[in-house]
Design a protein around this ligand. Sequence first.
Ligand code: AHR
Length: 636
Amino acid sequence: MSLKIDNTRTKTALLLTAFVTPALLAQQTATLNVDLNRPKSPVSPTLYGLMTEEINYSYDGGLYAELVRNRTFRADWSGILNWFLIENGASSAKVSIDSKQGPSAALSNSAKLEVIKADATSPAGLLNEGYWGIAVRPSTRYSGSLFAKSDAQTTLPLKVALVADQSGQVLATTSVPVAGAAWKEYKFEMQSGNAPASSENHLEITIDRPATLWLQLVSLFPPTYHGAPNGNRIDIMEKLAAMHPSFLRFPGGNYLEGGNIQTRFDWKKMIGPLLDRPTHPTTWSYHSSDGMGLLEFLMWCEDLHMEPVLAVYAGYSLGGQVVKPGPDLDPYVQDALDEIEYVTGGVGTKWGALRARDGHPAPFKLRYVEVGNEDNFDRSKSYDGRYAQFLKAIHAQYPNVSVIATMPVKEVTPDVVDDHYYKREQGMFELATQYDKTDRNGPKIFVGEWATREGTPTPNLGAALGDAAFMTGLERNSDVVIMASYAPLFVNVNPGGMQWSTDLIGFDALTSYGSPAYYAQVMFSSCLGDHTVESTVSGTGDKFFYSVTASANSKVCVKLVNASSTQQAVTITLSGLGSGTHTALLDTLKANSTWATNTISHPDRVVPVRSKLTVKGERVEHLLPAHSIQVLEIDR
Ligand code: AHR
């Protein structure tokens, strides 16, 4: 496991055999016999990855680092959402939506601020509340931009400021000179002072004289991961990096399908300048800024060395709208082919050239395309025909792309089938053997969504035990299960932030934390051999799970899960390890109760503890604590 993980404590140089006292040996000792000389089946290098969609404010108010909420001024009956009028002192102003004035076809309206009375001591303007506040950290640079025009005869200075909610203290500020009656983009920077980090802040944009000002696309970013413009939150990206993910399945999930065809993930409306992205309502009851568009997903992949698993809209939306296979579906198939070309095409292709225009001339590698999402919900039973139509078209143009089906189909043989599981702990224990008897001559399996659903907003230790048990089964069967990704990945823990409970990583505007289930994944993915080996176990209870993988001449990875409330002694024999001494790392995640968990204010209650060990010879007397997950990595 990466030692970069927050709060992972390290112990040093213990002998594994030293764990076992005579009293412990008196209890039932299980036997785990591993034969390293008998490789069994390959382990997929892409076994562990990420699944993501816009749910639980995953991007807006989450990974996507934009601080301004509703930067495009959507309004409902109550007024402009998330924006409020400021009338300081004797100033007077009003704000409305001007549906006739906007800087682009996609953003064809704007906020019209009419300041009737204002001066330097009584400015008027607008306030944005952010996503449950705006995080301001000391000595930090904030980069902003906005589109504006005004009716003022001379240059109109806008004061932009980050302001503390309680004290009213200005934490960072700058002046933006708006000149003229034509739409123009203005970029600005502000630097915070030394006030302590907090999210109880908001953004203010004020003017100190009577004038009418039109605003659109008001944006503000803190420093982002790798300094990318329009980029991602550093703390969350670092948590993902610690999971060593090999792929990213995007953009859904239900978010891909949309409630209807109109509100699907329409990728062509989510590329290029933000000004050309109209934004859209999601299936998860809130609106997406679409700042996280197709290229941003791909750059997220690039940042974390993940390969994209691109899900394309397949003619079925959640509300039940279906596009019939045949000519009706052709435009959607073409859309998918265009999308693949945007991802993989050279700069000489139509869509590859657009990707270059958008700032990324180099094509991305793409090996997997998924057609739709959970099409078993399609009551018209049209998926067989829809999938076959996509498969044939994609294979004809991209013979090396594997096309994933979202359910079993009969009309053609799918390359890969995506299975989803959401269960309680007991259900996941049962699923640990799900793939033991799967036909090895059939399609490969992608477990594109799975989770033990216990704990809210994020999973508890019991859920982590269910997850770990399930993952031992994935590893044992990774010759057929080539990829797996937990879902959902993220949740904004603020009231109203969550639409789906039990999510791997929680955050608010300021910080983020990993659940026990997150740490189970960090541990499992940190030691993944390239093959399984023959092994047998006896004498354990029914809440004991394990897997053993190895890589030739380098390491052995033993994963042990004791989901029972009593400790378990195990004699582990590793035939073929050799009679010398071997250094090893032991990572342990445990708690006294399955209900133990981490929260945004207590992020470190259940975290892995690392020990360095020396294994002497091929036999290890080991004691597995109650309610524990352990990963033992032994150098060969
Ligand atoms: O992960 C949450 C939702 O569960 C996904 O959007 C959907 O694919 C599944 O039903």
